[in-house]
Design a protein around this ligand. Structure first.
Ligand code: SF4
Length: 347
């Protein structure tokens, strides 16, 4: 039975507009690469605090996000308009961050936190004055995980971030100059994104770049070039997310076609074959999400945050072993539960 025939039996994908040629390509590629035995992890953080173009949804109290600029951002990118910052906890001074983290350690099951914020006009975020606080917090609570949304930076600034004790650095990699200029309103070359990735990868931090599929107003444009950039560096893992037109001005962004998204998944898997490639929680809802997630499973991605209905069944149908994890997909803390280990020996 072909994969397409197997998918026909999955209730959640009834009436799904699947691309038969793409599904056949997934099947052929997986068989050729003998990749169906690769485990997939379904991440379900304790509850969804927010979905965003750049960050994974995490348990609000166990892994909160702080913004060092509160709701302020000088770039006001077309796809975000600083909306990503709204649900974050404001930490506009190092004292605010320290007070709130210590309070959450004392009262909640705090596993760590993400430090983020709005950018300046050069897509930089100045975190330096927060580093003494991070050092103190890491000294007092060594198990605390600290992630940072780095934005653009140079090698000395990457080193001081690592020296402060930051565990994970995340950044968006953009592969098209038009997207940087038009969507981000930013006058910097693609090379600056690669230089940032290189600087981060030369430290001891885990580096988790993100690529936003459809960032150019819903079109696929710079994604292959962004995959090229990522494939040249020793990243810890790559997170793919799909643009959410919801965050943009009405009518400015199209919803990317699921077939185009699936082809990017396949390209990501073949170019970044040794590291983990994960589908982050931001992607359009409904049937679009079910199809996207089915493609992610068939393309051989290593993990999906908040899988849509049908994703587990697709893994089972094509013989991929699956595990469920109660944690943010890029922080990997928390419990892992095997879903159907028997599938490891199937197909
Ligand atoms: S720089 Fe970041 S926070 Fe500011 S608008 Fe762009 S994506 Fe949103």
């Amino acid at each position: 039975m072909t994969w397409l025939q197997k998918l026909a039996a999955i209730e959640a994908l009834e009436d799904a507009p699947l691309d038969a040629a793409l599904v056949a390509d997934f099947e052929r590629t997986a068989v050729e690469a003998r990749a169906t035995g690769r485990e997939i992890r379904f991440s379900t953080p304790t509850f969804k605090a927010y979905s965003s173009c750049e960050l994974e949804g995490c348990g609000k109290n166990s892994f909160p996000a702080f913004s060092v600029t509160a709701a302020g951002c000088a770039l006001m990118c077309d796809h975000c308009q600083a909306k990503i910052l709204e649900p974050m906890l404001p930490a506009t001074s190092p004292e605010m961050l320290e007070r709130k983290v210590r309070e959450l350690v004392a009262t909640q099951d705090l596993q760590g936190f993400l430090l983020s914020g709005g950018s300046n006009r050069r897509n930089e975020i100045r975190y330096e004055r927060y580093y003494p606080v991070i050092e103190r917090l890491k000294r007092d609570y060594p198990a605390l995980k600290v992630a940072i949304h780095s934005a653009l930076l140079d090698a000395p600034r990457a080193r001081s971030m690592a020296d402060a004790g930051v565990d994970t650095a995340m950044m968006d990699v953009i592969g098209a100059q038009e997207t940087i200029e038009q969507v981000y309103h930013l006058a910097r070359p693609v090379a600056d994104f690669e230089a940032t990735l290189e600087a981060l990868c030369s430290t001891s931090m885990e580096v988790v770049p993100h690529i936003v599929i459809g960032l150019h107003y819903g079109r696929i444009l710079g994604e292959p070039a962004a995959l090229d950039v990522v494939s040249r560096h020793r990243v810890h893992s790559l997170v793919l997310v799909v643009i959410m037109p919801f965050y943009a001005k009405p009518g400015t962004f199209a919803t990317p076609e699921t077939s185009g998204i699936g082809r990017i998944f396949m390209e990501a898997r073949s170019r970044i074959s040794d590291q983990q490639v994960l589908l982050g929680c931001a992607r359009p809802p409904g049937m679009h999400r079910r199809v996207t997630d089915a493609y992610a499973v068939m393309a051989g991605l290593d993990g999906i945050a908040f899988p849509a209905d049908g994703a587990v069944a697709v893994a089972e149908a094509i013989g991929r072993p699956a595990a469920q994890q109660h944690a943010c997909c890029s922080m990997k803390a928390g419990r892992t539960i095997k879903l159907h280990p028997r599938a490891a020996v199937a197909a």
